[in-house]
Design a protein around this ligand. Structure first.
Ligand SMILES: [Zn+2]
Length: 465
């Protein structure tokens, strides 16, 4: 009988990994890294309960590190099969995985110099070379339509509207001539937003795994442009810097799109903006190549000036460590966008260390801030932030624009679920913190009368019809 084991994102929002077994074959859906709380990150270093050498295939919903960042380790520990994703996800992973490895190497080297790591010597979780080895295993599957993995597994991806290439998956398991349909929501995006399309809705499933990041609340209404204009122009007026922790792919493009619009409408001054990322490829090109996911129109004709909707007028892309450090000397006002998005590590930590003590400056948080992250501490009013072994006083203004989230809010999750023509036999709520999971379970039970379970870490469930 087919079986699923929850190897991550069970009772928490990171580490997505679901092992599906049928007819002696093993398929891993998503292969994410745990992030945030120390005890969660520690799980990354513990061996999986399944030998990676016995896993036949990996199938990805989207490129975010909490869904893909464990891949280099899976290979190091013996996985030798193909990794299936669509082309946009593969191209994003080709940016994100080496970038994540590079940041880990930089952080480990920095920790070694300063002597503050718990590992002696400090180690990156994986290296750039290991991330390249993982990329060599990627195989493209179609953006839509059915794809056969093996006699046991076939998959049909649908647009999830969360980031470029993001999909929810209909997995058909065939065993002893019987078919079982499992829907994996992956991460679901928003409705009626600029750039990305609306999530498609599923019609049926025997078993459903649904993300619950915002299962207990909706995003605030109110205009993103008004808030962003306010924060940027106020900070500029005081002569401060706006530091925005953001993934270099995804939310960063949304922010640049809005900032560009505010510049055009002269609602903010034209400021130097620093996109501090070691990625060597212009992400905008990815959006130009993958039109299937978004509604942007690019016009970059010669002699027409900068008509790139994803770039502000004065943008500086920094790749090397030295360029990144030089931003410390940039006299405000300016805007600095840098990863990681939850202030858990990476270059944004240097910018926070430099700008947080300055009451004229501002930090703008734009995505989900998981438990135990620097971003969550700032939102909760921390007076100090622990950065690179030092206590950095928080005197800068802390702002949040919840509407910029790439995740569906509660009503958007319910809108997605309302597409089902019959209740799934069993719904599993994943990818949420306990409060969100419990609240969303009650809402679904009240509204739809479905069978809803909240699986525990490493729990296995038979997919019995
Ligand atoms: Zn995601």
């Amino acid at each position: 009988m087919a079986r699923i084991t929850f190897l991550g994102a069970a009772g928490t929002v990171t580490g997505s990994k679901y092992l599906v077994e049928a007819d002696g074959k093993k398929l891993l859906v998503d292969c994410g890294l745990f992030e945030g709380r120390r005890d969660l990150k520690q799980r990354n270093w513990e061996p999986l309960p399944v030998n990676p050498a016995t896993i036949d295939w990996v199938l990805l919903t989207h490129a975010h590190i909490d869904h893909t960042g464990y891949l280099p380790r899976l290979l190091r520990d013996g996985f030798r099969g193909p990794i299936y994703s669509n082309a946009a996800t593969r191209e994003l992973c080709a940016l994100l995985l080496p970038d994540s490895a590079h940041l880990q190497e930089e952080d480990a080297a920095y920790a070694a110099r300063k002597g503050f790591s718990r590992h002696k010597p400090p180690l990156p979780f994986y290296t750039v070379a290991e991330s390249q080895a993982a990329l060599a295993r990627f195989h493209d599957i179609p953006r839509a339509g059915s794809f056969t993995i093996s006699p046991q597994f076939s998959v049909r991806p649908h647009d999830a509207g969360h980031i470029l290439g993001s999909s929810w998956l209909e997995l058909t398991i065939t065993e002893n001539g019987r078919q079982t349909l499992v829907v994996f929501s992956g991460d679901l995006g928003r409705y009626d937003q600029p750039i990305l399309k609306n999530p498609e809705s599923p019609a049926r499933a025997d078993f459903l795994l649904c993300e619950s990041t915002y299962g207990d609340r909706d995003h605030p209404s109110g205009s993103v442009l008004d808030q962003l204009a306010d924060i940027v122009s106020q900070t500029a007026k005081h002569g401060g810097a706006v530091v925005i922790p953001a993934f270099a792919v995804g939310r960063t493009q949304t922010l640049l799109y809005y900032l560009r619009q505010l510049e055009e409408e002269q609602r903010i001054p034209r400021l130097p903006m620093y996109l501090d990322s070691p990625m060597a490829i212009n992400v905008t090109d990815l959006y130009e190549r993958h039109h299937e996911d978004h509604s942007l129109e690019f016009s970059r004709e010669e002699g027409q000036g900068n008509h790139d909707p994803l770039n502000v007028h004065e943008v500086h892309m920094t790749r090397s460590v030295q360029e990144s450090k030089n931003i410390n000397d940039v006299v405000a006002p300016c805007v600095i966008l840098s990863a990681s998005g939850m202030a858990t590590g990476g270059r944004v930590m240097h910018h926070l260390a430099r700008r947080l003590p300055d009451p004229r400056s501002a930090v703008l948080l734009v995505g989900y801030q998981a438990e135990g992250t620097g971003g969550r501490a700032l939102l909760e009013g921390a007076k100090y932030l622990h950065i690179h072994g030092e206590e950095v006083p928080v005197r800068a203004q802390i702002h949040e624009i919840g509407q910029l989230s790439a995740h569906a809010g509660k009503s958007e999750l319910l809108r997605w679920l309302s597409g089902f023509q019959a209740p799934p036999r069993q719904t599993f709520l994943v990818h949420g913190e306990p409060t969100a999971l419990n609240s969303f379970r009650s809402t679904i039970q009240d509204q739809f009368r479905w069978q809803v379970a909240i699986p525990e870490h490493q729990q296995s469930v038979d997919l019995a019809l």
